[in-house]
Ligand binder design. Structure first.
Ligand code: ADP
Ligand code: MG
Length: 614
């Protein structure tokens, strides 16, 4: 029998490798931007059309490539960034594996133009399917331009797998932001279908952060900065009122590389203690710099996860630095600075990391905060504390009927009424509000306990659905139109949702770039609340967006119902309660909220009697 094993031809091997590195347009964007950064560029422009499916082009003014290097760059394992294995542990560049360009050339049609400052002429190369189809000298400014066209043109299965343009563009923006955020001294721009999406002038980190996240962050950032021999942390955490219902604005960079880490995220969230409302996430942009030998970035195909030599120390440093920052800005005057006991006992925390550094380290701020245990940054609680202000967040805290049941004790668990019936024996029924959250109402011969927020969500949900369905939306015009300035990603989302939002009764127009004009709102939105209402809608929509089963319209209706509902904590008059209960039982499905929680619990007469052992 003949031997059967063969070496794969280059183009196939590259295509297979590309599967790991280039999963969607955004992955190519990341690689190309990082290459431009590595090339020392001070200006980097990204141009995409059709969310990168049609064209992704990155133009930089970096050091360029020689004719031979330009050709070599597309070979697999071709890199100028490491030479010996030891280099792998001292990486200062974003790339080092030499597989990005080879992968890109395997799954797209690529054109490269490049010139070094000392060369008179530049090089033009055209590649398709990993094969050079054209190479010639060309006139070009100093730097490099790489365009990749028709991504996955030769891998239809991949191409069909791509999401809508809106969704792919959002991924591209995410990657763009992650690179642009960590290099504020580099100019970055992003143009999508000829439209300017970002134009980020060079500046400092704070300027870059507010350019990207929106100027509303300007007064809401708390500076974090601690330098030690082991590592430096700097950046910002958002004050508690920037906390979001989604993990939107959370950025960790280790040696300028964006990374995901639930563990480190936990460190930050924990530092906020109970300053944050339940189910919300703090905003932060934090940079950690440490000796590259302390981390392994070679554990993930797109390097978004890394391994730390000692994760626990990093955790402790982050927590201490963030707590310190929050305390200094008297956002959390009475915070307890004691470290988690387990971490406190770590050698690395109690002792400096090496004898050499002992003296300098022990004089550093951060080290003292570890050794002097609870004392380091303790600030006495003070009357003028902003803390009271944060209380507002806790008021509307949802308490679900499930929790109520637990309080009742499981053996007392009342039976949930799943039937729809004419509820009231007569019009002579009465309502009583309890804890500003629940309504007790007579119901047939017994009573029901209504969850006011969930019940109202049901009522509004059916009302909005009907209105949208019958196109009978009541719009109230605003006397003086309101302008709404959004962060770029939000503006793109709003533009995408505009047709559906209009169906709900908003009158909004796109007014160029990230600005919108609100001219009317659905009839039941309070005046003065228009802006907030849209912002909340976007926020909730993002929160919802992983729920694939709903259409955009359905999601928006649900968000609106949630947003406009009477919240727990709101006191209601007798008439309001009666209207709510009557409205609830006029619904098609009164017994559950749109999200599927029970809206009320019925206590039937014979059940109540039994409880009294009669
Ligand atoms: P890596 O970045 O891991 O080295 P790539 O495949 O991304 O691998 O790039 C291969 C090589 O091509 C790089 O090491 C670099 O020398 C060169 N290169 C890529 N992009 C640029 C650019 N924009 N400017 C200058 N050189 C570049
Ligand atoms: Mg690279």
């Amino acid at each position: 029998m003949a031997d059967i094993i063969q070496l794969l031809p280059d183009n196939i091997a590259n295509q297979i490798a590309a599967g790991e590195v280039i999963q969607r347009p955004a992955s190519a964007v990341k690689e190309l931007l990082e290459n431009a950064v590595d090339a020392g560029a001070t200006e980097i422009k990204l141009i995409v059309t059709d969310a990168g499916k049609n064209l992704i082009q990155v133009i930089d003014n970096g050091k360029g490539m020689s004719e031979t290097d330009a050709r070599m760059a597309f070979e697999r394992h071709a890199t100028s960034k490491i030479k010996v294995i030891d280099d792998l542990f001292h990486i200062k560049t974003m790339g080092f594996r030499g597989e990005a360009l080879a992968s890109i050339a395997a799954v797209a049609q690529v054109e490269l133009k490049t010139r070094r400052a000392d060369d008179e002429l530049g090089t033009f190369i055209e590649i398709e399917n990993s094969t050079v189809v054209k190479q010639e000298p060309c006139a070009f400014g100093v730097g490099t331009s790489i365009s990749m066209k028709n991504l996955f043109f030769n891998v239809p299965a991949r191409r069909n797998f791509l999401k809508t343009n809106a969704s792919e563009l959002r991924h591209i923006i995410d990657e763009f932001i992650r690179v642009a955020m960590s290099f504020p001294h580099i100019f970055f721009s992003l143009t999508s279908n000829g439209q300017d999406v970002f134009h980020l002038e060079k500046g400092n980190i704070k300027q870059r952060v507010t350019q990207i996240l929106g100027s509303s962050y300007n007064a809401k950032l708390v500076n974090v900065k601690e330098d030690t021999d082991y590592m430096n942390i700097y950046g910002f955490v958002g004050k508690p009122d920037t906390a979001k219902k989604t993990r939107g604005d959370q950025y960790f960079f280790v040696n300028n590389r964006y990374i995901r880490s639930n563990y480190l995220n936990h460190a930050v969230t924990n530092s906020f203690d109970n300053l944050l409302p339940k189910d919300s996430y703090p905003s932060y942009v934090l940079f950690i710099d440490l000796d590259p030998s302390q981390i392994d970035i070679n554990v993930h195909p797109t390097k978004q996860e890394i391994k730390f030599e000692d994760e626990k120390i990093i955790y402790a440093f982050i927590q201490s630095a963030v707590k310190h920052a929050l305390a200094q800005f008297s956002i959390a005057p009475s915070l307890d600075f004691s470290l988690n006991a387990e971490i406190q006992q770590l050698d690395a925390v109690n002792k400096p990391f090496s004898q050499d550094h002992q003296r300098s380290a022990s004089s550093s701020n951060l080290f003292q905060s570890f050794t002097e245990k609870h004392q380091a940054h303790k600030i006495e609680p003070n009357e003028k504390s902003e803390l009271r202000h944060w209380k507002e967040f806790f008021v509307s805290k949802d308490e679900t009927p499930a929790q109520t049941n637990i309080e009742l004790g499981t053996d007392l668990l009342p039976e949930l009424n799943k039937t729809i019936a004419s509820p009231f024996d007569s019009n002579e029924y009465s309502c009583l509000q309890i804890n500003n959250s629940y309504i007790v109402s007579t119901f047939r011969s017994g009573f029901i306990l209504v969850h006011q927020q969930l019940a109202h969500e049901r009522v509004l949900y059916e009302r909005y659905s009907k209105m949208v369905h019958h196109k009978q939306v009541a719009v109230q015009k605003i006397l003086f139109p309101i302008t709404l300035e959004l962060a770029v990603a939000d503006a793109i989302l709003l533009e995408d949702l505009l047709p559906e939002i209009v169906q709900l009764g908003f009158e909004i127009e796109h007014f160029g770039n990230n600005t919108f004009i609100i001219q009317g709102t659905p009839a039941d939105i309070k005046q003065g609340n228009e802006k907030h209402s849209i912002e909340l809608l976007l926020e909730q929509f993002k929160h919802f967006s992983s729920e694939m089963k709903f259409s955009k319209r359905e999601k928006l209706i649900r968000c609106m119902a949630r947003q406009q509902s009477i919240k727990a904590g709101q006191s209601l008059g007798e008439e309001e309660m009666k209207t709510l209960v009557v409205d609830l039982f006029e619904c098609n499905t009164p017994n559950v909220s749109p999200a599927g929680n029970p809206t009320y619990i019925e206590y039937k007469k014979d059940y109540i009697e039994r409880m009294f052992e009669r």
